[in-house]
Design a protein. Structure first.
Lengths: 740, 163
């Protein structure tokens, strides 16, 4: 019987977090650790002509200065996400004298103390041959190219005849939408501590993917994967920037080897702006055609994004437009330009998030042209199947999301016309948008170990960056084992454990929980087999399948549980210290039959001060269909988290580059504004909570909730701002200067 | 090789008197984390913007990333490790645990200290008081909603235990 799954259970990792005892990467106490400081390029394009290191080398406490001229040979890893070798950028650190972007690592100092390393870093003099950098998308447009694929998805697709349909459409809308470069800025900067023991390396890491880190670092260093141990039990937020392997994880390793002792490399906040990815700027052009009744006849979604000169990463903005609404004629195209800016990487709902800003803003504009309620327009165009893949949805309750959120928000009281609602002097606007994110599942493995004291360890090499995996893993184990959740201990974030996928793509719940269920069932089956071997017991002469293990007790089938033994007594009386069950599960043929996708809707109220044009998001109601909710408490937290990040995207987040030298003007938390507590007002998170019947074969039916929550927030806000002010802002963020 | 310009200072750290050695201009943050081994104090920005490094210095909330070690001389310092008594959590910690005030948890030590500081001065804060007291703490995960809930819940628990 399911009791823990579905319960609002407090975080298993809460105690260590509120007491400051949770060991994040930079916190592991390592005897004799030396400190490294990474030096970044001050130019964005060119070559290093000389590195003068003697002053630094002779400074107090300095152990080594490493740069491309004296670094050990490193190897480019395979760079294949599917085989878990995914560096953030293909070029390896210190590969040559080329500089591709401002902030690229050009040297690293290792010293006894952090202060000494910092001081010596100031003494290194680097000379460059500077070439003109290409920083802005518009300046690079001539060289735009058509990348082929993004994680297996084609980036240019067409069905029907969009041009023909547009020219014959009763109502059309066409506009360009842009989103700026944004940085994840988890509150924990990345860190790496490298400890060599002979030819074996332990890395204490901030990684969303211990398995990926192990394999990628191994290939980069040119050593066997088995020689590397990645430890990452706690991560102070990631949002994507800790998913792939970035150069700092290799730098700490080569530095520790060079000085022959452990080395810690903490990135500063400034480093975080060029050292571990960002969301690319996007320029999107959307054309919509519709009939008078609102039925879409054409969607054309054309995107230009940036990538770096050392890697191809494409923010696939248009791919959602292929199936979010029913429409016979759809064209999607992505072009990329290579600029001298650090490499972009997935940031919470890569593609979907900026893509929906364009599509959902455009639909709102179309709704005004049609004089239609924007919810009604979306319902009229509801996609009953995925028209891109032509597969039925595994389950879809998007209309329910609109209904739930609209009702809770009291959307029916909205006046259709812009500038028609006021609160005293303040302009009030209501807007909405759809949210969506795929229901991804990957293979995953787990172990469940029953110990002699009756407690249970649930184990997998997955990660928890704050989403709640420590807790949800324990919940499913508690239910299958029939053991109280307090007696379950979660072990994760270590590459020695059974392999699990990246904590990205909102796939952890759907990938890991079924494996844990299998492992727990396996443990119970082994327990029954063990019971069947017990002489002089209630099970004597019974085959193991005539024995039941549930709710903490082992007993003969049909008998009262009290007639049997507690789990721990079976272990004690058979002298077993523990029993270990294993589970490995993955997606199967259901992936060919169904389209797995989560949906949701945001309804937003903004208040705009007409004098100074500041926007306050005074109320948000969001409803999501993400399959079964394993833990409403942690899931709702993911909702708040996504909504506030969407508020940041809509109103303030913007990384500014100096186009002359490519330097980042806003590389700190004062100049790169993220939402503060004054930006948080009323946020309500609702869930449909209906299990997806096909995503796993175990009836769990959870699709994951990490990323969908941010999608659609920014357009809902932009739509509300239009409703308040009559001003359509198509260029994020919506700062006061754009509204004045 | 220890820095030859280091000085020895004595302070009271989480109720214990002890001496620490470091350069007088070393960041208190680093001295706490490295010399004292108290890694609950976090670095989010290193320049006074995020509050992750908050400690109570002579009874006042301070960003330890901006505090030179010299200021620790004869000071009373409380870090997150000094908030619970043994395994008994402070009401603020209990409330953060139960209300979901901590997600990734990296901002939590600083925010718990800011909340403890607030409730010591203002036992019955309004929501506005809570917002003002936590204005120096950034959180990228929670959306702040549950942090407010946690502080107000802690306040209820503290008044109930006083009554
Ligand atoms: S680390 Fe001190 S305020 Fe951010
Ligand atoms: S809980 Fe992650 S930064 Fe606050």
């Amino acid at each position: 019987m399911s009791t823990a799954v579905g319960g609002s259970i407090s975080r298993k990792d809460g105690w260590v977090k509120v007491t400051g005892r949770a060991p994040y990467a930079a916190d592991h106490p390592i005897a004799g650790v030396a400190h490294a400081v990474a030096i970044q390029s001050t130019i964005a394009n060119g070559r290093i002509t000389a590195i003068a290191t003697s002053l630094a080398e002779n400074a107090p406490g300095v152990l080594a200065v490493i740069h491309h001229g004296n670094a050990p040979k490193l190897y480019r890893p395979e760079n294949d996400f599917m085989s878990a070798t995914k560096p953030g950028e293909a070029r390896v650190v210190f590969e040559d004298d080329r500089v591709h972007y401002s902030g690229q690592y050009v040297a690293i100092i290792v010293a006894e103390t952090l202060e000494q390393a910092r001081y010596a870093a100031e003494l290194v003099k680097i000379s460059y041959a500077v070439e003109d950098p290409l920083i802005e998308t518009d300046a690079a447009l001539d060289s735009a190219y058509l990348p082929d694929e993004f994680f297996g998805e084609k980036l240019t697709t067409k069905r029907g005849d969009p041009d023909g349909a547009l020219s014959g459409a009763a109502v059309t809308h066409e506009a360009s939408y842009t989103t700026p470069i944004e940085h994840h800025n988890p509150m924990e900067p990345s860190a790496s501590i490298a400890v060599w023991n002979g030819d074996e390396l332990t890395l204490y890491e901030t990684t969303q993917w211990v398995a990926g880190a192990r394999k990628t670092v191994a290939q980069t260093l040119g050593i066997a994967e088995e020689k590397i141990h990645i430890v990452s039990p706690f991560i102070g937020g990631g949002f994507g920037c800790k998913g792939f392997v970035w150069p700092h994880s290799v730098l700490s390793a080569i530095a520790a080897k060079k000085v022959n002792r452990p080395v810690k490399l903490n990135l500063t906040r400034k480093h975080m702006f060029s050292a571990c990815g960002h969301r690319s700027e996007t320029k999107q052009h959307v054309r919509l055609g519709a009939e008078r009744n609102g039925r879409l006849v054409a969607i054309d979604h054309d995107t230009v994004v940036q990538t770096s000169t050392v890697e191809e990463f494409v923010e696939a903005c248009g791919n959602t437009s292929r199936f979010l609404y029913s429409c016979p004629n759809v064209r999607v195209r992505h072009r990329a330009v290579r600029v001298n800016v650090a490499t972009p990487t997935p940031m919470r709902a890569p593609g979907e998030n900026p893509g929906l800003f364009a599509l959902e803003s455009a639909l709102d504009e179309l709704a005004y042209k049609l004089n239609m309620d924007p919810v009604e327009l979306r319902i009229v165009n509801h996609a009953d199947v995925n028209e891109h893949t032509r597969k039925p949805w595994s389950s879809k309750y998007l209309k329910e999301c609109y209904r739930m959120a609209a009702e809770h928000f009291e959307w029916a009281r909205r006046a259709l016309q812009p500038e028609s609602m006021r609160d005293g002097n303040v302009l009030v606007g209501w807007g909405m948008a759809t949210a969506t994110y795929p229901g991804i599942r990957s293979p995953g493995a787990a172990k469940v170990r029953l110990l002699q004291d009756g407690s249970v360890d649930v184990i997998s090499a997955t990660q928890d960056m704050g989403g709640g995996t420590y807790t949800t893993m324990a919940q499913i184990a508690a239910d299958v084992m029939g053991v109280a959740i307090e007696r379950i201990r979660t072990v994760l974030g270590d590459s020695l454990l059974p392999p699990a996928p990246v904590s990205g793509g909102s796939m952890t719940t759907a990938s890991i929980l079924p494996a844990i269920r299998k492992a727990a069932q396996d443990a119970l089956s082994k327990l029954r087999q063990l019971a069947a071997t017990m002489p002089a017991s209630p099970f004597t002469n019974r085959p193991h399948d005539d024995i039941v293990a549930e709710g903490g007790r082992v007993f003969p089938k049909g008998a009262d549980p009290s007639s049997g033994l507690a789990y721990e007594d079976v272990l004690k009386r058979t002298n077993q210290s523990e029993i270990e069950g294993e589970g490995y599960t993955g997606p199967g043929p259901e992936r060919d039959k169904f389209a797995f996708q989560s949906f949701g809707a945001h309804f937003v109220e903004v208040k705009v001060d007409p004098e100074i044009a500041t926007v306050q998001v005074s109320r948000v109601v969001s409803a999501f269909d993400v399959g079964r909710i394993v833990n409403p408490k942690t899931a709702r937290s993911q909702g708040y988290s996504g909504v506030i990040m969407g508020i940041g995207m809509a109103l303030m987040e913007h990384t500014v580059y100096d186009s002359r030298d490519g330097s980042i003007v806003t590389s700190n938390l004062a100049d790169y504004a993220i939402p503060v507590n004054a930006d948080a007002h009323s946020i309500d998170i609702l869930f449909v909570d209906k299990p997806d019947p096909f995503i796993d074969s175990d009836g769990l039916g959870a699709r994951g909730v990490g990323e969908i929550t941010v999608t659609g927030v920014a357009p809902a806000i932009a739509n509300a701002v239009y409703h308040a002010t009559g001003r359509r802002i198509r260029d994020l963020p919506i700062t006061p200067d754009k509204l004045l | 090789m220890p820095d030859r310009r280091s000085v020895r200072l004595t302070c009271t750290l989480n109720g214990r008197r002890l001496s620490l050695d470091a350069h007088p201009m070393a960041r208190l943050l680093d001295v706490l984390r490295q010399q004292a081994g108290l890694t609950g104090t976090k670095e989010g920005c290193g320049e006074g913007e995020c509050g992750a490094c908050s400690v109570l210095l002579n009874g006042r909330l301070a960003n330890s990333c901006l505090t030179p070690f010299a200021h620790a001389d004869r000071a009373t310092i409380v870090t997150i490790e000094g908030i619970a008594s043994g395994d008994d959590l402070h009401a603020v910690q209990e409330a953060f645990l139960e209300c979901g005030g901590a997600q990734c948890g990296i901002c939590t030590p600083g925010i718990v200290l800011a909340a403890v500081d607030l409730l010591e001065r203002t036992p019955h804060p309004t929501e506005h008081d809570v917002r003002a007291a936590l204005a120096g703490n950034l959180c990228r995960c929670t959306g702040y909603m549950r942090i407010f809930d946690s502080v107000l819940e802690a306040c209820r628990r503290l008044s109930a235990s006083r009554a």
